[in-house]
Design a protein around this ligand. Structure first.
Ligand SMILES: *Cc1c(COP(=O)(O)O)cnc(C)c1O
Length: 388
């Protein structure tokens, strides 16, 4: 293990502050390191392994497709991506899907679709996309520009122009901005993930949706982290009773393989034509076959289980005196401990539980089907780690 850590720090770009753990295998919500130590996984590879690690049905779907046709390019038709797109549209009311390989790529497509729609309909100066302060939309230069956190921007100037940021909850700021700036779209995360697991208020989301409908401004919802069952609904916007024009998703959709999807609603379904956008690996048959297996199992029974597990965590940690507050939706939960979050996470690792941080919070993103006994055990470890 020391050797791998050394190789990694010698040869891999230093973009990640890794924990000193080398993972070698996993099954469901358990994962093992190079020394054979077992951990309960409450991070799911950052909301990716929605049904746990190497979940049987997903593994079967992926390996069968790998043996049949792992990749084909977008010059030909293949079944898994067509089937997945149909399922996504049928369950959301969206009309068309573009597939890429990551959340950032899904958001790039959302941004291109919004720009082209507004340029064609309202003229090229109607291009500003409004996002929220404290948002996170990805690491490519354009999605970084969309991200409303200055500290990500500082050394990467010039950024892609055409983005403005308003504080979450402040509809007045949007109305004010619209007096001087022509707005093509508003893009939100219903629960700001990287920003500290902060849900938007129902009132604000309703006001945004009304503003967008009245002004022919597209409403784009970034469901990269919140999506695919994590919020207790298939997509978190469904907790708010709105119908977005664009939905981007990734992470949990793939169940462990890279995939991103941009769902286009009625207004924008035909905006992108041949040559307007593309992605060599987009719609990859193996990734899509896995995603079909994931999506078909996100049903009412699973979502009830997500809500029950969520209620348990809120109750168990919300009542602890060493916890200041618990935020989030479904199984996307932020715990603000009295002591620094990073110390709590380090203590949890020591005691066999993997969890994450988001700003000053301990972030929990367990598998949607994590067995209750494992979850109870892990929550006890977290509570102790907050106390020590
Ligand atoms: C993770 C994340 C992204 C970026 O996804 P990548 O797959 O890392 O490109 C974008 N938006 C949100 C809300 C995310 O949580």
């Amino acid at each position: 293990m020391a050797n791998i850590m050394q190789l990694d720090s010698t040869y891999i770009a230093g973009t990640y502050a890794r924990f000193p753990v080398q993972l070698v295998s996993g099954k469901g919500s358990l994962v093992w390191d190079a020394a054979g130590k077992e951990y309960i996984d409450l991070g799911s590879g950052i909301a990716v392994n929605g049904f746990g690690i190497a979940d049987d049905a997903w593994l079967k779907a992926v390996t069968e497709q790998l043996g049949r046709l792992p990749h084909a390019s977008n010059l030909y038709y293949t079944e898994p991506c067509a089937q997945l797109a149909a399922m996504l549209c049928q369950r959301t009311g969206m009309k068309k899907v573009f597939f890429g390989n990551s959340g950032a790529e899904a958001n790039e497509c959302a941004i291109k679709a919004a720009r082209k729609y507004a340029a064609e309909k309202h003229g090229p100066d109607c291009c500003t996309i409004v996002t929220l302060v404290n948002s996170f939309h990805g690491r490519t230069l354009t999605t970084l520009s969309a991200t409303g956190q200055d500290h990500y921007h500082e050394l990467y100037q010039p950024l892609t122009p055409g983005f403005a940021h308003i504080p979450a909850g402040d509809i007045g700021a949007l109305i004010e901005l619209a007096k001087t700036t022509r707005i093509s779209a508003v893009m939100i995360e219903c629960v700001q993930g990287e920003g500290g697991v902060v849900p938007l208020s129902a009132e604000f989301v309703t006001e945004l949706a009304e503003f967008c409908a009245e002004n022919d401004v597209l409403l784009a919802v970034d469901e990269v982290q919140t999506g695919n069952g994590r919020s207790g609904q298939l997509y978190a916007y469904m907790n708010y009773g709105i119908q977005p024009d664009i939905v981007s998703t990734a992470k949990g959709l793939g169940g462990g393989l890279p995939i991103g999807a941009c769902l286009l609603g009625e207004k924008v379904e035909n905006v992108l034509g041949p040559g307007d956008h593309g992605s060599t690996f987009g719609g990859n048959p193996a990734a899509c076959a896995g995603a079909v297996s994931i999506l078909e199992r996100i049903d009412d029974a699973l979502l009830e289980g997500v809500k029950a597990r969520s209620a348990f965590i809120f109750e168990a940690l919300g009542s602890a005196s060493v916890v200041e507050s618990v935020s989030g939706q479904g199984l996307m939960i932020g715990v603000k401990p009295v002591k620094p979050a990073r110390e709590v996470v380090a203590k949890c690792i020591e005691n066999g539980v993997l969890c994450l941080t988001a700003k000053d919070r301990v972030r929990l993103l367990p598998a949607l089907n994590i067995p209750m006994p494992l979850l109870q055990k892990a929550v006890a470890v977290i509570r102790d780690a907050c106390a020590e």
